[in-house]
Ligand binder design. Structure first.
Ligand SMILES: Cc1cc2nc3c(=O)[nH]c(=O)nc-3n(C[C@H](O)[C@H](O)[C@H](O)COP(=O)(O)O)c2cc1C
Length: 333
């Protein structure tokens, strides 16, 4: 992506970057870089509609109508404050700062990509969070929406662009290649979809923000290992990175960066320092001189036919089941 980081541990987009104080703590903890929490398309559009509204009526008499727009609540501050925070973070820390835009359509809000660049961000991460629910929109059309948005934003900025992609494409490797062709300088695997639960007593849909666990690493780990060497770009892994072991696995699969959110929200940003210490200790014990040395060492780069390899592994995994491995007669009772 063109950024030189002192180490591969990067807090991903989350409340860890809400305030300047927190950003300074991230720097003190030793992170390689920081991805800011996202500025959302809806926020930008809402702000500009409010402005239009005030300009055209010179009154706030109709302000109640604005309640219709989804309330971002306390999640984060407005677009202008976001830019100021990036500017302050750049002035008051030495951290590489990656701005984050979260949206879907390529309408006016994408100008914020340039504003984030002008505020001093070293790079931009684009998170396209979209759940296609219409029966008449095809997979090909959804993919094209992604490509159009990446093309548009890439044309707007001069700083590097990372795309945080979803794993839910029919052909993720092909799609990753298209995103890179459209202008992504790096791919972040993967966007984590929040899955609301149903409350059967109150008959309600319940938003459900569960922090991740380390076994969720396996999905981005596998796809990074598959894409490394096949899609010409840099990879960052997000989801399930909690200790130096997940960082090592991410690097060996082929990522250049291992991102952390849940673990930092759970245990504080001081966790970065511990993970770095354990990582360094492990590398010394195992005689690694650099992170570069291990990058991609467990990728599928050299598998002649990864489809076959995946299929063989699938069969091997199913066949590894033993009815009663501990000999305690527990199975099938
Ligand atoms: C409270 C919270 C807020 C988040 N906000 C954003 C966001 O604004 N933009 C974004 O791209 N990802 C956001 N994420 C997703 C994280 O950046 C990350 O990709 C995801 O949590 C998986 O990583 P983890 O397993 O280390 O938590 C958020 C996650 C959490 C838990």
């Amino acid at each position: 992506m063109g950024l030189t980081l002192k180490n591969p541990i990067v807090p991903s987009s989350s409340p860890v970057s809400y305030t300047l104080d927190r950003i300074k703590m991230v720097e003190d903890a030793g992170a390689g870089a920081l991805v800011m929490y996202s500025l959302f398309e809806e926020q930008i559009v809402q702000e500009s509609r409010q402005l239009d509204h005030h300009l055209s009526y010179f009154t706030e008499a109709f302000a109640e109508a604005l309640d219709w727009f989804p309330d971002m609540g306390a999640y984060n501050i407005g677009p202008e404050e976001y830019l100021v925070l990036i500017q302050e973070a750049k002035e008051q820390t030495d951290l590489p700062i990656i701005g984050s835009l979260n949206g879907l359509t390529n309408t006016g809000w994408t100008t914020y990509a340039k504003l984030i660049e002008e505020a001093g961000a070293d790079a931009l991460e684009l998170n396209i969070y979209y759940i296609p629910t219409q029966t008449d929109v095809s997979g090909a059309e959804v993919e094209q929406m992604y490509i159009d948005l990446v093309t548009e934003i890439n044309a707007t900025i001069d700083i590097p662009l990372a795309v945080k992609m979803t794993p839910f494409f029919s052909a993720p490797v092909h799609m990753a290649g298209r995103l890179v062709e459209a202008g992504a300088d790096a791919l972040v695997l993967f966007n984590r979809f929040y899955q609301p639960d149903l409350n059967v007593t109150d008959l309600r849909v319940e938003p459900n923000l569960v922090l991740s666990s380390a076994d969720e690493l396996l999905l981005p780990l596998r796809w990074t290992a598959i894409m490394y060497g096949r899609v010409p770009t840099d990879f960052a892994i997000t989801t399930g990175v909690q200790t130096h072991v997940e960082v090592l696995k991410s690097m060996m699969a082929g990522a250049k960066v291992a991102m952390m959110a849940s673990e930092l929200l759970r245990r504080g940003v001081g966790r970065i320092t511990q993970v770095l210490e354990n990582l360094t200790f492990w590398m010394e014990e195992n005689e690694y001189e650099s992170i570069t040395q291990m990058q991609g060492s467990l990728s599928q780069q050299h598998a002649a036919n990864p489809d076959r390899f995946e299929r063989a592994n699938y069969r091997k995994t199913l066949a590894s089941w033993r009815d009663d491995p501990a000999g305690q007669g527990l199975a099938f009772k």
